[in-house]
Design a protein around this ligand. Sequence first.
Ligand code: PCA
Length: 217
Amino acid sequence: MSKHPRILLTGFTPFGDETINPSWEAVRQLHDREIAGHRVVARLLPTVFEASQRELEQAVQGIQPSLLLGVGQAGGRSRLSIERVAINVQDARLPDNEGAQPIDEPVVADGPAAYFSTLPIKAMLGALQAHDLPAEISNTAGTYVCNHVAYLMLHLAARRPGARAGFIHIPYLPAQAARFPNTPSMAAEDVVRGLALALEVAATHREDHRLGAGTLD
Ligand code: PCA
């Protein structure tokens, strides 16, 4: 493997009624890309609570990343949705791809209640906005497999000196949204451009920007 510091970038397998997952469609296009002196290593994680943990831990062992970014589908969201926080809860509204449906179980027994993203989320937001990409800060990654992986990435990063982690939810692809009325989507090329930009900012900024992006809901 190259001497470059590495970025672990993950996407998910399709779940629920879907046959594709836009996260993997985008993430795989960035595999092996060099971004701000870092090498991107893309990995597909199963939309399965247990197996995603196992595979994430193996990937971190093998790749030794200094930056970890998880990407997942959030059908119904209209923007690149930079997550601020991951919580220590699994509460599955639908069974995962192996049929498990945990209710109110911790991701990590005795882990902290939550982790904040350690990526410069406001600087990432500002860069996406400056490039005319629809983007937002989100204050919940849900309680399904994405939140699970986001929490685990932050938990693992907390144990690796210098490592930082975060998560971005993305909208449906147009082909997915076309099946439902009034459903937002984003073209894969825009998602790929946005993720590359977000990673560039994450790789080059340790301090975040001060930029208001709060909500009242
Ligand atoms: N989205 C789901 C899990 C996999 C994915 O792409 C979520 O938001 O939890």
